[in-house]
Design a protein around this ligand. Structure first.
Ligand code: SIN
Length: 360
């Protein structure tokens, strides 16, 4: 799913791939070599389903577009379903602005903390306090020799033996021929693509490695996921969150079409929450040849995928970070306190997705 999947020429020809290319961020050629700010190519959004607009119709008692129905499940508003995608549920504005801010804070400061793994583990080993280090403009440096274990450094046992990395003040960062180039925490934060909570997912083997050290999913997140999952749960059963993947998107980042098929029981939903900048989500069918439906995901929206919908390809070809399209004004207000300015700075140009799973 992340960079390992080469898009073959055949894949380019599928309906899913064509939709990804339609919505992906491209820049105008004329700006490639000039010093002017790069301009995104305009994109036709007229076919993107907007559940916020559907919610508006629902509130005014106006007939919903063909193929969309509304359920009342005890939330503040309705849960929308799609006739031709059984098992897919869309809950617009499922999270309050306060909840969105809470999960943005957690996603940046506590979810990437060891023993949770992130995409940086493979290169640097476990990294502690990345968000704080980025705020303090620290730099991750590789130590040339292996000092005593209580130095607080990260140990990464990679292909080339054991390396140790630790954060230090930017002006103290040096490199020698024996060590790799120092890397700023701000760059690492920008390059944070995923972290895993609860049972740890092994991307290389594409399965859950129950032998890896892990903490339980935080209780408040469990309670939230249970509440959101209810409309998609078999009658009389409660969702048991065991693992979560947190995806981090910056401008231009995409999540290619994929299936989430590593869990034992597909009758249990994946609970997926959006935070930060608005995105386009593609919901395809069981084959990449099926034309996907494009829809907007805004901060606070939740999506459930259960049953047949678990067999549907899906992905995120685009996030919007410009003022007009990002739609994060409520977060800007809520994060206006000085202590929150680093969260605000991050989320102004980013999107976070937390998707929670019952594995067994
Ligand atoms: C996923 O499909 O794994 C994440 C979808 C999203 O980012 O909304």
């Amino acid at each position: 799913m992340y960079g390992t999947e080469k898009v073959s020429e055949d894949a380019e020809r599928t309906a899913f791939r064509r939709a990804e290319k339609k919505y992906k961020l491209y820049y105008e050629d004329t700006f490639k070599s000039s010093k002017k700010k790069k301009q995104p190519k305009p994109v036709d959004l007229s076919e993107v389903l907007d559940f916020t607009a559907v919610l508006g119709l629902y509130k005014q008692n106006i007939q919903l577009p063909l193929g969309i129905s509304a359920l009342q499940c005890g939330f503040n508003g309705p849960v929308f379903c799609l006739e031709n995608r059984p098992g897919f549920y869309f809950i617009p504005g499922a999270l309050s602005v306060e909840e969105q801010c809470q999960w943005i804070r957690e996603s940046l400061s506590s979810f990437p903390q060891p023993p949770n793994r992130t995409n940086h583990n493979a290169i640097y080993g476990p990294i502690d306090d990345l968000f704080v280090a980025a705020k303090e403009k620290k730099v991750l440096v590789e130590e040339s020799s292996v000092p005593s274990l209580d130095s607080g450094a990260n140990v990464c046992v990679g292909n080339g033996g054991s390396h140790r990395w630790k954060f230090c003040e930017g002006h103290l960062a040096t490199s020698s021929r024996k060590t790799s180039k120092p890397v700023s925490a701000q760059v690492l934060l920008r390059k944070l693509r995923w972290s895993t909570l609860g049972l740890q997912f092994d991307w290389s083997k594409r399965n859950y490695d129950v032998s890896l050290p892990h903490n339980k999913i935080p209780e408040t997140l469990c309670q939230l996921a249970k509440r959101l999952a209810a409309p998609a749960m078999p009658v009389g059963e409660e969702f048991q969150p065991e693992a979560a993947i947190v995806n981090y998107f910056g401008l231009g980042d995409t999540l290619g079409g994929h299936l989430d098929d590593m869990e034992a029981d597909w009758s249990k939903p994946i609970v997926s929450m959006s935070l930060g900048c608005k995105a386009i989500f593609l919901l395809g069918g069981k084959s990449r040849e099926d034309s996907p439906l494009a829809m907007f995901l805004r901060s606070g929206d939740a999506v459930l995928m259960a049953g047949e919908a678990r067999e549907c390809f899906h992905g995120v070809p685009r996030i919007f970070t410009d003022n007009e399209n990002a739609e994060i004004a409520p977060l800007e207000l809520q994060f206006s306190h000085e202590d929150d300015c680093s969260f605000l700075e991050y989320i102004r140009t980013s999107r976070i997705n937390i998707n929670i799973r019952q594995v067994f």
